[in-house]
Structures are given as structure tokens and as C-alpha cells.
Design a protein around this ligand. Structure first.
Ligand code: MG
Length: 269
């Protein structure tokens, strides 16, 4: 059968599109000049199967318990009580908006447990998407990255839009997963100049996925991250991205760390 050239070309290009990873190549280059923001060509982290899920890890004596299952009083949504679904020992995203802690924190160690929806719907960024935002602006991504292709800097435990995790340590949807995160807040001078960038260490399901990783700035979508000066403390926000992700057993230890990149940095636009 004779196939017109234009039809054949369209067919071939659509097949290429289908084969391509989700993501972008028309976005700005990240610092380092190797990858675009959400680069579809950036290699996906290797999968490492973690240990089986376990019972919630009890908070240590000096922790501030943010959520233990009985109520979500530590969280607000647009300055009103959080309205996420409360059931048994968890709360579930339900489309009422992102929630943030009433209290504000600087450097900290955060333990948080989450579950991607048992019923799998959507793909890429539309599947089990939520997120943990320090200062309401620096996101450690929550996503169902179990057998779910997306761009590397957007998968579970990525510093969204910047740095993929070292490995993909996701459990299956419907299983509880843990993040243990040490967040070192950025420092700004009295006149608002960036003195030291934020840094983060993340352990996902017992597996190290970021070690003292520098953040290029606040989280953006399809744009370069950047720093805007802010105070020494800020809320922790959990994202409502429209998927019914669950959270349980959230606690935090306040820290006062010395930033490790203590060489003065120029202000970042
Ligand atoms: Mg997210």
C-alpha cells in the first residue's frame, strides 16, 4: 500500500513521541549546564527495592509531633483548620488545598510517612503526586514512582525540578513509605543577600537518596529555581496536587546547624 510521505512522517514522529520519556527539553538549563529543568533525557535513577513496610516509627522524646492520627490541629489551610480526610491513623489529600503547619521551623529533622493511592490512576506527574515543602517553598517530591515513568527531577524523593534522588526506593502503591529528612535552611544577610543555600539529606524507606545536597532555590515548574530572602523559620507544607495521597506519623526535631557551605555566595536572582 502506498503511504503518502507526510502521513508516514507524522506516524514516525508520533511513535518517537510515544517512546520518549515524559519531560521537557525546551526549559532552561539547570546550574551545572548538563540538564534542562525536567529534562526528558535525564537518566532515571536505578530502582532499589527497600525493606518491606513496617509499623510507624515512634517519635523520640524531644520531637514535636505534628500528626499522630487523632487530629490535624497542627495544620491549617489558608489560615483555617485543615479539611483533609481523617481516618484511623492517617490523613488524606481530598482536594481542599495544601496544608501547612501552624508552627514555623528552621533547620530540622523531619520524619513523615506517606502512601500512594491503592487504586492506580493517571501516569507520570498525575499519579500519586503530593510533596513536602520546607518553608512552604522547597519541595521534596512525593509521587507514586513505582513503575511510573516521569522526568527524573520530578520523581519521588526528587528535589523537585532540580535533583533526582540517587536511587528510586519507592514501595508499591498502597504501602506506607517513610522519608527522614534533614533540612538546613538557607541563610540571608540583614540586607537580604543570600549567605548560604539550603541543603538537604533524605532517606527514603531506609535508603539514602540525597546527602547534604545543595538546593538551587525555591521550587519552580518549568523554570529555574531561585532564592527570595525570607526569615529564619517557615511552615512545612504538604501539597494537595489532586491525588488522594495519605500521610501518617509526622514528627520533627528542631536543629540549629551550621551551614556547611559557609563561603559567602552572591545573591541569586
Ligand atoms: Mg509534588
Amino acid at each position: 500500500m502506498h503511504i503518502p510521505y507526510t502521513f508516514a512522517a507524522a506516524l514516525i514522529s508520533s511513535c518517537i513521541l510515544i517512546a520518549q520519556n515524559p519531560g521537557y527539553t525546551d526549559t532552561p538549563m539547570l546550574p551545572g549546564g548538563k540538564w534542562h529543568v525536567h529534562d526528558s533525557a535525564r537518566p532515571a535513577p536505578l530502582v532499589v527495592t527497600p525493606a518491606a513496610e513496617s509499623a510507624p516509627m515512634a517519635a523520640p522524646a524531644d520531637a514535636i509531633v505534628l500528626f499522630a492520627g487523632k487530629d490535624a490541629a497542627a495544620f491549617t489551610c489558608n489560615n483555617e483548620p485543615a479539611k483533609w480526610l481523617l481516618a484511623q491513623d492517617y490523613m488524606e489529600v481530598n482536594g481542599t488545598g495544601s496544608v501547612r503547619t501552624r508552627r514555623e521551623f528552621g533547620d530540622c529533622q523531619l520524619h513523615i510517612e506517606w502512601m500512594a493511592p491503592v487504586v492506580v490512576t493517571g501516569d507520570s506527574q498525575g499519579r500519586g503526586n503530593s510533596g513536602v515543602f520546607f518553608f512552604g517553598r522547597y519541595e521534596v517530591q512525593v509521587l507514586d514512582s513505582y513503575d511510573n515513568k516521569t522526568y527524573a527531577d520530578g520523581q519521588a524523593a526528587a528535589i523537585y525540578g532540580q535533583t533526582p534522588p540517587m536511587v528510586n526506593a519507592c514501595r508499591k502503591p498502597g504501602e506506607w513509605q517513610t522519608y527522614d529528612i534533614v533540612f538546613v535552611a538557607p541563610r540571608f544577610s540583614a540586607d537580604g543577600k543570600l549567605v548560604s543555600k539550603a541543603r538537604v539529606t533524605v532517606i527514603h524507606n531506609g535508603i539514602l537518596v540525597h546527602h547534604d545536597q545543595e538546593l538551587a532555590g525555591a521550587t519552580s515548574h518549568r523554570a529555574l529555581p531561585g532564592y527570595q530572602p525570607h526569615g529564619g523559620k517557615g511552615p512545612i507544607e504538604l501539597q494537595d496536587h489532586g491525588n488522594p495521597v495519605r500521610y501518617r506519623n509526622i514528627w520533627l526535631r528542631e536543629l540549629n546547624l551550621t551551614p556547611t557551605n559557609d563561603v559567602a555566595q552572591p545573591a541569586v536572582k
